[in-house]
Write a new protein. Structure first.
Length: 155
């Protein structure tokens, strides 16, 4: 009787081992399939982000092309709103001179500037004026410089 029990126990152990091996192979296959699907989804997401980026660049270029350089003359007051969500606020008429108070700025599309002049130099075309919050207040340390292509202006 004890021998039969030992044989049965051994058979059960072998069966459990075989079943667990099959399960781990199935799990491994499923994990590999999930990893492949995840990579495919990430590639699709990256592709969509690239396309969205291209569309935004085209839209910015289109907006820039629509607004001629004669839109703002050297003198006069113009009212401008951002074309992009987070336009740069600059300390100088140079696209790399982000104002120290505005690094990582949170200028949204509801902000505005009142421009007193346009500056063209070897760095590009810039606007010079006062920045106003959506609540209507003029920001401290105004006036600032802004990249012309990031704003839409009218008299």
């Amino acid at each position: 009787m004890i021998t039969k029990l030992k044989k049965i126990a051994s058979l059960l152990t072998i069966i459990l081992f075989i079943v667990s091996c099959n399960n781990s192979q199935n799990n491994s296959t499923k994990e590999k399939e999930l990893a492949v699907k995840e990579k495919e989804l990430m590639a699709k997401e990256n592709s969509l982000l690239s396309k969205e980026n291209e569309l935004l660049k085209k839209e910015m270029q289109s907006n820039k092309d629509k607004s001629s350089d004669s839109q703002i003359e050297e003198k006069g007051t113009y009212y401008c709103s951002p074309l992009i969500y987070n336009p740069k606020v600059l300390a100088n008429p140079d696209s790399n001179s982000v104002h120290p108070d505005w690094k990582g700025s949170e200028v949204g599309t509801a902000w505005s500037i009142i421009v007193s002049k346009k500056i063209t130099n070897n760095q590009g075309v810039f606007l010079y004026g006062d920045l106003y919050s959506p609540r209507g207040g003029k920001m401290e340390h105004s006036p600032f410089y802004f990249i012309y292509s990031e704003w839409s202006c009218s008299k």
